[in-house]
Design a protein around this ligand. Sequence first.
Ligand code: HPA
Length: 266
Amino acid sequence: MNETIEYIRSKIKITPKIGIVLGSGLGDFADKIEDKIELAYKDIPNFPISTVSGHDGKLIFGKINGKDIVAMKGRIHFYEGYDMKDVVFPIKVLAEIGIENLIVTNAAGGINTDFKAGDLMLITDHINITGRNPLIGPNDDTKGPRFLDMTNCYDKDLISRAEDAASKLNLKLQKGVYIYFTGPNYETAAEIRMARAIGADAAGMSTVPEVIVARHRGIKVLGISTITNMGTGVLDKPLDHAEVVQVGKEVAGKFSDLLTNIIEVI
Ligand code: HPA
């Protein structure tokens, strides 16, 4: 970790308070960042490198509307075969750099039948049914508590700012509970029905490990999902990764505008 931070500090002179994880298809937001300095994951000591297509790995430092930010373009997923500690390593790095707010974005399958493909959903809470947790192992008490409180995990104040930002754009946002499956297969129809029965609104394969570690470090979290498709069995058609990517691309514009407006009011 020390070597990683030293490398980043040798390249970057700003200390952003806002970090953003750009999920699949949301890379376009990166084009809006001004005064960019990009660090490829492969050049950062100890940084894990994502293998999934559509995730081009770099850390981008710069400004959005004059505000310093750091964005992760591309994330590491557990289903790629990494350990949980690799999945969350970038978040630990952002915490060391000193971010105080983390905006996590992802693509997710709609479980709530009021949703439709192309919707954006503010994450109000999550369900982790994977049995995996990045905090398993010895706890570093200097970083955070052994038994982490998950009340207000997705920060209520950030949610209300995001809602204000959306209404200024005349953008309708859904709100709901994100359920974390490891993937890489999409859920079965029975799993989606179970997820609905236990209170989930959208299913995905990322985000939760990162959020847990961010909260452990005391970072405030805002989570936003693009509903790229309806979950398995909700509609009478098979899921197709290409379609998921396509819908992600189609909403990237409005998502990007929303992110910009949110950053302005954080
Ligand atoms: N399930 C899990 N992850 C996803 C989905 C889905 O339906 N769509 C996009 N990411």
